[in-house]
Design a protein around this ligand. Structure first.
Ligand code: HEC
Ligand code: HEC
Length: 494
């Protein structure tokens, strides 16, 4: 994992403060500090620009627009190649019977202590596999998405991330606390309680381990009282996993689904790792979407993106977004402090316990304070509010936050939040800014570039994600409602 002073961040921190004017034309005028890094890309852009002026179109009758587009297309292709951005590939196909088991499990409230919430309550397909709100309302609440309410006003401390293309990220959660290292070892909050008997079953790396944890969280799924899971001490995760397997084993349909998903193994010999692995299989099967206009463009179809989106892609790379949102996944799967406001109950950090130290909670390294994992951005249009605490509901506002992010953080306006969260903004700007990623020092982005980048974000939406109703089963094996409190206003689902 990246250390406090990677060569890159040192290089980027050496720059002089650019004036807003110097940033007006993306790709051509990149920020001064970025010149070194983008020297090659920049000269390519310049070369294309010159060529565009000096050359006459081969077909004199061709409309002006087509000629401009050609230059833009070539520009973006060359920048993408120089920056290392690529199309995303799909993972190998998941066994249908494994995905079927996983689908039943993630939609079934049977996995929660009081049988009142499923995984998908917070990762609902028609809310972009999230819940459409800054912070989720967990167990004990009723309703779905923005209509969900908790009787005691309890919020989960972090925003629910989408579950698209999980194969593209090797570390799960905003702080990457579930991960697999290069040697294939699993790193999770449960340490060696995640046994070899469990990891042996895992087919999809860190995603297979991820599902072990929401069920152990009291606020998310387990509850504080009123059921046998809640009665288990907080440090005894294995007892929780066994108790859930006991519940599932009491339902004959589950025994059948498990044995079909893992041919040759008796249900009695299975552990919750089998369940978690199947849930991962379902996410990969149902929520892998790699046919965005951006991917199509990178695979060679020139017309896949509109001129606005192409312009935006160029700005995205020129401004430096791709420093962190890099590679095929549009994430470096590293941890950065991007000057986010802190809202909600927090993770117990800081003097009042309302702060969230992010990656430092996992590594214990003070250099990691306020660092969070770079999110992968595909389908980002559908997955707001944005950021680890969901402080910014609007996508354009989020992009704008990167421009003079110190000023933006200090002037953060909580009225964009739902009323119950407006009073929870933590006054920690000084501490956050003391460790802001140096890549953002002096970064100013013109309004026009913000608009262009916003347009590029729409090129990251796979059209197939606009309707994900087919991922929702009619029923689940426990017979519990697939979603208690589906909104009747047609906002969410079938
Ligand atoms: C109460 C809401 C809630 C429920 C229920 C819930 N999640 Fe989540 N999920 C979250 C939140 C919040 C996070 C981010 C937590 C963090 O980073 O600390 C998350 C993170 C994840 C991630 C990581 C995605 C990423 O980009 O890192 C996956 C995968 C996931 N959940 C799957 C599940 C599964 C499987 C279940 C059921 C076993 C489940 N969730 C239940 C709210 C929920
Ligand atoms: C220094 C690395 C870095 C740079 C540069 C960067 N990002 Fe990010 N981005 C992140 C991290 C880390 C987060 C999550 C921050 C958090 O929640 O604390 C994030 C979050 C986002 C999100 C919210 C996604 C979600 O699911 O909530 C969007 C959108 C985004 N970035 C777009 C951009 C754009 C556009 C640029 C260029 C203007 C950019 N980023 C530059 C690291 C970076």
């Amino acid at each position: 994992m990246r250390q406090a002073t990677s060569p890159r961040s040192r290089a980027m921190s050496n720059r002089t403060h650019p004036s807003p004017l110097s940033l007006r034309t993306p790709g051509v005028d990149s920020p001064p500090g970025r010149r070194r890094k983008w020297a090659i890309a920049g000269s390519l852009v310049a070369a294309v620009g010159l060529w565009g002026c000096g050359d006459t179109p081969t077909d004199p009758g061709a409309p002006e627009l087509a000629r401009v587009d050609r230059g833009l297309v070539d520009d973006v292709r060359r920048l993408a190649a120089a920056t290392g951005l690529e199309a995303l590939n799909a993972p190998r196909r998941v066994r249908p019977k494994l995905a079927k088991l996983g689908q039943a499990l993630v939609f079934d409230p049977e996995l929660s202590g009081n049988r009142d919430i499923s995984c998908m309550t917070c990762h609902w397909p028609s809310f972009g596999t999230s819940d459409g709100r800054s912070l989720p309302a967990g167990e004990g609440a009723t309703g779905l998405g923005p209509d969900r309410v908790h009787p005691d006003g309890v919020f989960i401390p972090r925003n629910a991330p989408p579950t698209f293309n999980l194969h593209a990220q090797s570390a799960q959660f905003w702080d990457g606390r579930v991960a697999v290292d290069a040697a294939g070892r699993f790193h999770t909050p449960a340490g060696n309680k995640v046994t070899p008997e469990m990891t042996r079953v895992f087919e999809f790396g860190s995603i297979s381990a991820q599902g072990l944890f929401p069920v152990t969280s009291r606020a998310e799924m387990r509850g504080n009282s009123g059921n046998e899971l809640a009665a288990i001490p907080d440090t005894d995760e294995p007892a929780m996993w066994r108790a859930i397997m006991a519940r599932l084993g009491a339902i004959s349909e589950y025994r059948r689904l498990f044995e079909q998903a893992y041919p040759g193994t008796d249900f009695e010999d299975m552990n919750f790792g089998h369940a978690s692995n199947a849930m991962a299989g379902f996410y990969l099967d149902a929520f892998t979407f790699v046919n965005t206009p951006w991917d199509e463009f990178l695979r060679g179809r020139d017309a896949a993106m509109t001129p606005d989106q192409l312009d935006g892609a160029r700005a995205f790379m020129a401004v430096g977004c791709a420093e962190c949102h890099s590679g095929a996944a549009l994430t470096d799967v590293e941890f950065h402090n991007t000057a986010m406001p802190q809202i909600g109950p927090g993770k117990g950090d800081g003097t009042g316990g309302q702060d969230d130290f992010g990656r430092m909670r996992v590594t214990g390294d003070p250099a990691d304070i306020y660092r969070f994992r770079t999110p992968p951005l595909r389908n980002v249009e559908l997955t707001g509010p944005f950021g680890h605490g969901g402080p910014i509901p609007d996508l354009r506002d989020f992009i704008a936050h990167y421009s003079e992010s110190d000023v933006k953080l200090r002037n953060y306006d909580p009225s964009v939040l739902e009323p119950a969260l407006q009073g929870t903004v933590l006054n920690n700007a000084d501490q956050v800014l003391a460790n802001r990623d140096p890549i953002l020092d002096g970064l100013v982005i013109s309004e026009a570039d913000i608009d262009r980048i916003r347009a590029f974000m729409s090129a990251l939406t796979d059209p197939a994600t606009r309707n994900l109703e087919r991922a929702i089963p009619q029923r689940v094996p426990s017979g519990l409602p697939v979603s208690e409190g589906r909104p009747g206003n047609g906002r969410g689902n079938r």
